[in-house]
Design a protein around this ligand. Structure first.
Ligand SMILES: Cc1cc2nc3c(=O)[nH]c(=O)nc-3n(C[C@H](O)[C@H](O)[C@H](O)COP(=O)(O)O)c2cc1C
Length: 248
């Protein structure tokens, strides 16, 4: 592909990034990376119709995380072709893909392909190996077809008005005494919710669990009975594998 590709993604625990990266790799072109997971990394950006974007977001409560939608509004297309991607944790994506389609169009992008993909759920132990190598191979094949797609009216599942969602969860990670105060959790927190003591977490926290997944010494945790009981029950309910959906 001759167009320059821009990857625009919000991906606290990395599932969305994996699929966006696979799709970009399949298109074999010069790539620009716009990781909007941590706000400081954002720049204002305007694209032309010669560019190509891959826009990826996770599903929070069946919607695009509100904080991510705000960050996407800083990117402006001009009839810029794009692929949109949502990843979700094997429950459902509800109205999130439709919402991302609307957001992309409002920002001046032209959606040539849309994907709703399974990734490991943030909570519990659900589809812990997803996206797997088969998922990523299918993502690549989809990206190649989407880039060539001439269809301008893609039908995407979802409803308007959208359901309520996108706010994040109410779980607040705890910090054990193995914490070395390295500060990685605070530096990489998508909502800058972790205080200078690296323990206090304010109400901007969206329960993305990035701090838990990335802590080098495993100090951040959710080892409380109320969460563990929820996570175990939730994992049981969502144990049946769902498949990715691709819209062209
Ligand atoms: C607050 C919150 C709400 C979520 N809501 C949903 C949901 O409605 N449906 C679902 O299947 N997964 C849901 N998930 C799981 C994420 O969508 C899934 O793990 C996603 O792949 C995370 O993307 P990332 O790894 O790029 O951050 C939710 C996760 C969080 C943290």
């Amino acid at each position: 592909m001759s167009n320059k590709i821009s990857k625009i993604y919000f991906s606290p625990t990395g599932n969305t990034k994996k699929s966006v990266d696979a799709m970009a790799a399949a298109l074999e072109s010069v790539c620009q990376d716009y990781d909007v997971t941590v706000e400081a990394a954002i720049t204002q950006c305007v694209f032309t119709s010669e560019d190509f974007a891959i826009i990826g977001m996770p599903v929070y409560g069946g919607r695009i995380p509100k904080v991510a939608a705000v960050r996407l509004s800083r990117f402006k297309g001009n009839q810029t072709p794009c692929i949109i991607v949502v990843t979700y944790g094997n429950r459902h994506y509800d109205d999130a893909l439709l919402e991302l389609d609307d957001l992309a169009e409002t920002q001046g992008f032209m959606v040539k392909g849309a994907a709703a993909l399974i990734g490991r759920h943030t909570f519990g132990e659900i589809q812990t190996d997803r996206p797997d190598s088969n998922d990523l191979a299918a993502d690549k094949e989809f990206a190649r077809r989407a880039a060539e797609n001439k269809n301008t009216k893609i039908h995407i599942s979802g409803n308007r008005p959208y359901r309520d969602g996108g706010n994040g969860g109410s779980f607040r990670p705890l910090t054990s005494n193995t914490c070395t105060s390295c500060g990685l959790c605070a530096k990489d927190c998508p909502t800058h919710s972790i205080g200078e003591d690296f323990k206090t977490i304010d109400d901007h926290c969206i329960s993305c669990f990035r701090c838990i997944r990335n802590c080098p010494v495993g100090a951040k945790n959710m080892n409380v009975e109320s969460y563990l009981a929820f996570a175990s029950d939730f994992s049981g309910k969502l144990k049946n594998r769902r498949e990715n959906e691709y819209f062209l």
